[in-house]
Ligand binder design. Sequence first.
Ligand code: GDP
Length: 195
Amino acid sequence: MIVRDPRYETTVVRLDQYPIAGYPEIAFAGRSNVGKSSIVNSLTNRKNLAKIGATPGKTTEIIYFNIDDKLFFVDLPGYGFASVSKSQQRSWGSIVEGYLGTRNELKMIIMMVDIRHKPSNDDQMMYEWLKGTGLPHVVIASKLDKIPRSQIKARVDEIKKVLAVPEDVKVIPYSAINKAGVEELWQIIDEIVTI
Ligand code: GDP
């Protein structure tokens, strides 16, 4: 898809605030700082659509981007902040679980992990949740430009192993800086959205 008019739509903190347009939704999940804002910007060819490095600690906001009145990109709240209270963790859990478990418009989930690191316990928990939805999904290994080519295969294999990624699920090395992976990911999104 060639994106022409991507824009911020709304921020949701409660179930009754979800948009009613009914467009298919593609959700991005991952720990804070993994590159969720950057992937939204690189997929839409915009520098500042999503705020890079946005307020850490905002653990309960779901941010909607309207992609040409055809679909919504949905930035789920990040996890893995060092200084988050138990009650904040609980509200993160209830909003993410509520969204993943009940949102009919959700058609695909993009799970993001940093290609440089072994997926954390939080990543594993998030991924188990996400697999539990039974929805189509892909795993994005972000920040590809930060490792040498010779390490890519080993890093991807470790991600597959630690997260127990099913055979038929793609793990795509991705860079928001040099746009590696953008076309492959758009192809997958296009297929889902046109079904
Ligand atoms: P978010 O918290 O998941 O939304 O992460 P951001 O998109 O705000 O990115 C966190 C930091 O990682 C920022 O400093 C970004 O510039 C950087 N970053 C994100 N994606 C990439 C990438 O593909 N390559 C490199 N080198 N840096 C990236």
